[in-house]
Design a protein around this ligand. Structure first.
Ligand code: ADP
Length: 654
């Protein structure tokens, strides 16, 4: 299961940054108004009316735009000063009213040429056009309405701004058609083209400032409809303008008749609209396909994540805490182990789980690691709600945000309390075994001395006093001698057992050579019993030489010793390499072992037969097991009574 990362960002539609749009518009308005003011002060005609012969932007208009630009900027500020905006709006409103007055009444306030005199305009020099003045009046009212907390005033303000937009668009369209098609149709023939453009920008910027009330708000949303609208709006506006321009152009030049040109217009409009629609549909479909692919990929990823989470929750303790250590999330396993409910633990510091077992230095080092953005791994002793300790094998993973700051730590842990207990028990056991071995060594070593004395004394008795003792006395002496001999053997065997592995070093030895030595050592009995020994090619291994030889000797001599009376003993020694171990086998055709005795025969002094049947001390297999364990391997037997046995043992390769 592989998690695929999905990048859901695919840009098919144009994006609009609202803040940049508003700021850009305000800057543009300020720059244009300043340029026009310069144009008036230094008499640069071109700056006043961009289209030759067209109306100029009046000095008062430019000044008013300067105020409007400032108002928009003030609105953009986080802590906007309503007072200044109100004052500026009232001032703008007054200028508009004073300008409008002379259009309808005899009374004039002479503000048209107050700062500079207009020698370019024939009709009402220096005076803003009625359309311009009304637009400023409407804007100042809209600005005051926007400041108000009354919702209906804000709505009216949005409508007024829309009005400015329609008027200015109308003027711009008329200009384009009139200039390019050289038509004489003029509705707002007294408003300058740049005045109209600035009003359109004001309308758009102001509308963008109202969150949901502005007529443009739909354009800025991040939904499919708004994205589509952003693509469509320029087309919807530009297509009729371009076509109308062409229509007027051919009409003015009288190339075709009105009827034909109108039908051509209709056809062109329909065809171009359909083509654009086709193009858009295509794009939409592609976007939809991509979206569906992403959705399915996201679904799959989600499924995988859910499975991972399920597995994690089932197997591990999971906790999430913030950089201060406050616990934000825990899973069911956590609650099960810590005995805390979610309600009790969430919002608490992770310190409530500390057991006090670890030093301050331990916690400091852990914190240093994770706060450096590295993963911390280790075992931690914790304390549950009722003060019971538990051990957790922990991984603490820091999570960083885009700017590289750690915003949370994820802790995943495994309850290892039982492992810890077992390993401490294991350590205890190892200690006890060592003590036992030491005891066995000391005991068997020290027992030899008094035994030797008993043996010596019974020998003296036998040699010097046997004629003074009667038959029963001599028989008793015999028993004492043979019992002490046997005890001496047993003690020696114990001593040998406790000495296995002491002060030894591993050496590289050829197992084939070891078998040769063993066969030579057992040559007499092999010859006597006519034992047939076959051996597979054996490997060269790093082993404890003395012990390894003893192991093979024990197994081979047992195989001969426990032969069937009427059968020639056959022994096969084999080896097999399995992964990182060598599996040895010693197979015989002897008396075999009952299933229930398969384990017990490896215990010290454990024998299945009496001394009359088979001689021995019963320590050979205990020796063998200890030697195999010394090498890190295992030993066992596979056998059937009366059919023979196979002793297996493994030696790990190092
Ligand atoms: P010992 O050989 O001195 O009796 P061991 O520890 O070597 O002691 O063996 C323990 C017992 O396991 C033996 O007494 C015997 O009963 C049984 N045993 C060991 N090897 C074999 C074998 N190859 N076949 C049958 N029995 C065996």
């Amino acid at each position: 299961m592989i998690l695929k990362l999905v990048n859901p960002k695919f840009k098919i539609y144009p994006q609009i940054n609202k803040k940049v749009l508003i700021q850009g518009s305000a800057i543009f308005i300020l720059v244009v108004s300043v340029l026009v003011i310069i144009g008036w002060l230094f008499k640069i005609r071109m700056l006043l009316s961009i289209v030759p012969g067209a109306p100029t932007m009046k000095f008062n208009t430019a000044l008013s735009f300067l105020i409007v630009g400032t108002i928009i900027f003030l609105y953009l500020k986080k802590k906007k000063s309503s007072m200044v905006i109100t004052l500026l709006s009232i001032f703008l409103c007054s200028v508009s009213i004073f300008t409008l007055f002379p259009y309808f009444f005899e009374l004039s306030f002479n503000i048209d040429n107050l700062i500079v005199s207009d020698r370019y305009s024939r009709k009402f020099p220096g005076r803003m056009s009625i359309a311009t003045t009304i637009c400023f009046l409407v804007f100042s009212t809209a600005s005051l309405g926007k400041l108000s907390k009354v919702k209906s005033f804000q709505k009216i303000s949005d409508l007024l701004v829309l009005g400015i937009g329609i008027v200015s668009l109308q003027v711009i369209v008329t200009y384009i058609l009139q200039i390019l098609a050289k038509s004489s149709v003029l509705v707002f023939n007294s408003m300058a083209i740049h005045t109209a453009i600035l009003f359109l920008l004001i309308s758009i910027a102001f509308s963008a400032m109202s969150s949901k009330g502005g007529y443009t708000y739909l354009l800025y949303e991040n939904h499919t409809g708004s994205k589509l609208a952003r693509t469509l709006v320029p087309f919807v506006i530009m297509l009729p303008i371009c076509l109308s321009f062409l229509l007027l152009f051919v009409l003015n030049n009288e190339w075709i008749t009105t009827d034909v040109s109108i039908s051509l217009y209709t056809i062109a409009y329909t065809v171009l609209s359909l083509l654009y629609l086709y193009h858009l549909t295509n794009r939409l479909n592609k976007a939809d396909i991509k979206k569906k692919q992403l959705e399915s990929s996201l679904y799959n990823t989600n499924q995988e994540l859910m499975q991972f989470k399920y597995a994690l929750d089932k197997s591990s303790i999971v906790m999430i805490n913030d950089p201060r250590g406050i616990i934000e999330y825990v899973n069911d396993k956590f609650c099960e182990i810590s005995k805390f409910t979610r309600e009790e633990i969430l919002g608490k510091s992770e310190k409530v789980l500390r057991s006090g077992h670890h030093s301050k230095n331990f916690h400091r080092k852990m914190y240093e690691t994770i706060s450096n953005g590295e993963v911390w791994l280790g075992g931690v002793k914790k304390m549950d709600k009722y003060g019971v300790y538990y051990w957790v094998q922990t991984a603490v993973i820091p999570f960083k945000n885009k700017s590289g700051d750690i915003y949370q730590y994820l802790t995943i842990g495994q309850d290892i309390t039982r492992h810890k207990w077992l390993s401490s028990q294991y350590e205890n056991l190892k200690l006890k075994t060592k003590e036992m071995e030491q005891f066995t060594y000391i005991a068997s070593h020290d027992l030899q001395e008094p035994l030797r004395t008993v043996k010596g004394m019974s020998n003296i008795l036998q040699q010097e006093y046997s004629n003074k003792l009667d038959k029963d006395g001599n028989a008793c002496l015999e028993y004492i001698t043979s019992a002490t001999d046997r005890m001496s053997h047993l003690i020696k065997a114990l001593l040998d057992y406790s000495r296995i592995g002491i002060h030894q070093k591993r050496e590289k030895i050829d197992c084939n050579e070891v078998i040769d030595i063993v066969c030579k050592d057992l040559a007499i009995i092999i010859k006597e019993t006519k034992t047939v020994i076959t051996v597979d090619p054996l490997p060269t291994l790093l082993v404890y030489p003395m012990e390894f030889r003893l192991l093979l000797q024990n197994l081979v001599s047992n195989a001969i010793k426990f032969r069937q009376e009427n059968k020639t003993p056959k022994i096969h020694i084999g080896s097999e390499k399995k992964d990182k171990i060598i599996l040895f086998s010693v197979k015989d055709n002897g008396i075999g072992i009952e299933k229930k005795h398969k384990r017990i025969i490896f215990a010290i002094f454990k024998r299945l037969h009496s001394l009359d049947e088979f001689e021995g001390t019963g320590i050979g297999l205990a020796h063998s097991e200890k030697i195999v364990h010394l090498h890190g391997g295992e030993i066992w037997v596979d056998s059937k009574l009366g059919e023979g046995s196979t002793f297996y043992f493994t030696i790990p390769l190092i």
